[in-house]
Write a protein that binds this ligand. Structure first.
Ligand SMILES: *[C@@H]1O[C@H](CO)[C@@H](O)[C@H](O)[C@H]1NC(C)=O
Ligand SMILES: *[C@@H]1O[C@H](CO)[C@@H](O)[C@H](O)[C@H]1NC(C)=O
Ligand SMILES: *[C@@H]1O[C@H](CO)[C@@H](O)[C@H](O)[C@H]1NC(C)=O
Length: 167
């Protein structure tokens, strides 16, 4: 009975350590599927509403899944975004229709589809920010404990548990 509860306690400890370790100040980059769903970049969707419920941080990625024979993904400035103007785009992101874009800077980004589809709602603005500061004062910024480190710790605790259980 005593041994059993000790084991349970240790298992609980392992879980807690793992959770703390993985949710610590280290945030993994997120891949945002623009619009959600499989074919994410399509007409008659409200990408403004979608973007409102996402948080974009520097280092995150946008994924555009679309029919490349019809649509395109162009990065434009704010004025051209507002006007649905696909001339003089800043960058043409269009590749094979499963295209990713790296949000490398803390600034607003504006995208639209050429060939008139912007007027059918194919435009999206996202504002990439720096990740919020660490809540833990002693934590070192940008030092990500590797998965193997936390697994190693869990392994050690598991080993210790079996020792305790066996005798
Ligand atoms: C899209 O959603 C936003 C935020 O909910 C709203 O303000 C806007 O009017 C919508 N646009 C269209 C075209 O429905
Ligand atoms: C893209 O973002 C990652 C973080 O997700 C960053 O480490 C990398 O340097 C960026 N790559 C390019 C080509 O800018
Ligand atoms: C963007 O690139 C795609 C694929 O290379 C091409 O078909 C399209 O014409 C380009 N659009 C513009 C506006 O440059």
């Amino acid at each position: 009975m005593e041994v059993f509860s000790l084991k349970k306690m240790l298992l609980w400890l392992i879980t807690v350590v793992n959770i703390l370790w993985s949710t610590a100040e280290c945030r993994e980059p997120v891949l945002h599927r623009v619009g959600g769903g499989k074919y994410t970049w399509a007409p008659n969707m409200n990408f403004t509403a979608w973007a409102m419920h996402e948080e974009f941080y520097v280092g995150d990625w946008l994924y555009f899944g679309f029919d490349k024979t019809r649509y395109s993904v162009l990065e434009v400035n704010k004025i051209n975004y507002n006007d649905c103007n696909d001339k003089n785009c800043m960058a043409n992101i269009t590749r094979g229709g499963r295209d990713v874009f790296n949000l490398t800077e803390a600034r607003p980004y504006y995208f639209l589809s050429g060939r008139g589809y912007c007027f059918k709602g194919m435009k999206v603005a996202v504002h990439a920010r720096y990740p919020p500061p660490d809540p833990a004062p002693l934590a070192v910024r940008n030092v990500c404990p590797s998965k193997s480190a936390s697994h190693g710790l869990a392994m050690l605790l598991a080993l210790f548990t079996s020792y305790a259980v066996i005798g």
